[in-house]
Design a protein around this ligand. Sequence first.
Ligand SMILES: [Zn+2]
Length: 336
Amino acid sequence: MTFLAKGFNVSYGNDIAAPALDSLGDYVLVTQPEPWALLKNRVKNQPVQIIQSGDLSPEHLDHLADTSPAITIVGLGGGSAMDTAKWIHWRRSLPLVQFPSLPSVDACFTRMSALRDRGGVRYEGDAVPEMVNVDFELFRAAPRAMVTSGIGDVLSCHTAWYDWKFAANQGKDEYGWSEEKTQISHIYLDELFNCAEGIKNLTDDGLRRLMELHRDIGWRCHELSHARFEEGSEHFFAYTFEEVTGRTILHGELVSMGVQIMSHFQGNNPERVRETIARAGTRHRLSDLDITEAEVLETMRRLPSFTVEQNHWYSYARTLNPKTYDDQGILDLLNW
Ligand SMILES: [Zn+2]
């Protein structure tokens, strides 16, 4: 079955960003240094104002929104540029046009911005861009790991699907799990498996199909008003890692690590997860990710209690008992 995505208006192509900016009229550019450096000299229609993204505190974003000229808002960059542009657009009801420079997250296809508030992440807002322009040349100019990590928030459907079903079987599901409703997870995962080599090789086809998956997932989160199909014990592993270590790594690589570990404990086809990661060329060895064995094992020990404290959705992560597994086995799952 061919996968057909729903979601925001999108335009795909090579070297489409500069001509698209030239056709916009006056605009404020929300960006980061790297993607703008690539485009700057090729854009005739220069921005009226440039805002560097990075600070995602609500106070800062509101200040940007309050002081922005009333013209089109353009986001160019990764998640923080997308989220900042979304916030100004939403607060001021100004037109929004997005140019993601990385396929690492789906921020260009989701409505809410991820705010950093009092040490945590909070989602708020309701942004709908007029167009998301995906220029493959921007992706190809980025460090390769930023592209191949883009599978993480699709691969998460593998373990999240199991967790949702697991919760339903335990009478702890708030969202009405059914075989039929969650069939889409398998369609996403098959599509990801099939386009993974194209992602690794940075082909137009592979990159477009990855973005189409992000587009449909962003649309579905809004339709369902929840992300249960996409977020489960693999994300809870990632959040626990951040709590335990006080730092983070590329989101998609951390989530992929969580999928590998949790699918193993779930007895949920970990071989298929590994093969998808291998085909996409996503980094997974601890040495490549600059993570120590102690950090992984400490995260595993903390995971069950942290997920309860944080009131995460009921998932397989709650059932882990360090007395029942072998530490070396977990490390071996990652170091292949
Ligand atoms: Zn995620």
